[in-house]
Design a protein around this ligand. Structure first.
Ligand code: FES
Length: 301
């Protein structure tokens, strides 16, 4: 194991960070004024987290500023870029905090240090901008380099969080692929309770099965059970059913998915939950991964 990977792994298990992480996460959760703003920050409208997109602007501006600092005639442009980074960083910070506040403890620990490094970076850039404005260009260039180092460390930790710890990835993405395109037997229909989500297995994939009451329209819904947000067990979730479209909420962080097509109606999940096509054959329920994407047809019961 490389030294850096070893350090990051130790950070994952640094439980002494938990009290701070929990307090900050709680404060972040209560400071988001509405579910709509929360979804906006998570990137539900985009289909994946929006934080990595927003980060491009300040980081790009600051890297460019340091390049221009050492280029002839680049002084004014460099100062403007430092300012641009400071103006655009708050949106990236807000989106990152919203995502971070709903991570698992080991991810939160790394995320906390990621955020701390970036906060130090922002403080250095603020000092850089102030120094440049007061004519202390050399100090401004120096502060910018310190800021870039801190933001670089934050970026490395963010990469570990995203790629090694799989935060922000679609945890349900492989479910339909693993199940393959063939029909799978889920047992006698009579053994599927009405109005209550249950767990079944389609090959190696765990699915949630929900049989609607005839008074609500009937039909059987089958979705991958591993929540696209962080892998929570949807079969332990709660279904809201009635005259409208049934929906299921994840027991871990409360994401809500429409059963008919897996669309996330409430974050933190941003990706669709894979749905399975269903049919009844000789009184038995069968399901297969939906080869037609979001076009779904449930078994008539
Ligand atoms: S695992 Fe987080 S909402 Fe489902």
């Amino acid at each position: 194991m490389s030294v850096i990977r070893g350090l990051f792994s130790r950070l994952e298990s640094a439980r002494l960070l938990d009290p701070v992480a929990e307090a900050v996460a709680g404060a972040v959760q209560t400071s988001i004024p509405s579910a709509r703003i929360k979804d906006l920050l998570h990137g539900r409208w985009l289909g994946h987290p929006v934080h990595p997109v927003l980060v491009q602007v300040p980081v790009g501006a600051w890297v460019s500023a340091s390049v221009l600092d050492f280029a002839p005639g680049g002084r004014r442009a460099a100062q403007r870029l430092v300012g641009l980074g400071l103006l655009t960083a708050p949106a990236a910070v807000a989106a990152g905090l919203a995502d971070w506040s709903e991570l698992e403890p080991d991810q939160r620990r790394v995320g906390l240090v990621h955020a701390a490094a970036n906060t130090v970076g922002i403080a250095f850039y603020a000092a850089s901008w102030g120094a440049r404005r007061n004519g202390r260009r050399v100090a401004g260039v120096g502060y910018a380099l310190l800021g870039l180092s801190a933001v670089g460390l934050g970026g490395a930790l963010g990469g570990h969080l995203a790629y090694s710890q799989a935060s922000g990835v679609n945890h349900a993405e492989g479910a339909a692929r693993r199940a393959g395109g063939e029909w799978h037997d889920l047992g006698p229909l009579d053994e599927i309770p009405v109005g209550q989500p249950v767990r079944r297995d389609v090959g190696d994939t765990t699915v949630v099965v929900y049989r609607r009451a005839l008074s609500s329209g009937g039909g059987v819904h089958v979705l991958a059970s591993e929540c696209s947000h962080a892998g929570g067990p949807l079969h332990e979730g709660e279904v809201t059913d009635g005259p409208g479209e049934p929906r299921i909420s994840c027991p871990w962080h409360g994401s809500v998915f429409r059963l008919v097509d897996g669309e996330p109606l409430r974050g933190p999940a941003t990706a669709c939950q894979p749905v399975f096509q269903t049919e009844i054959a000789a009184g038995r329920l069968r399901a297969r991964a939906n080869a037609e994407g979001s076009v779904w047809k449930n078994a008539e019961v």
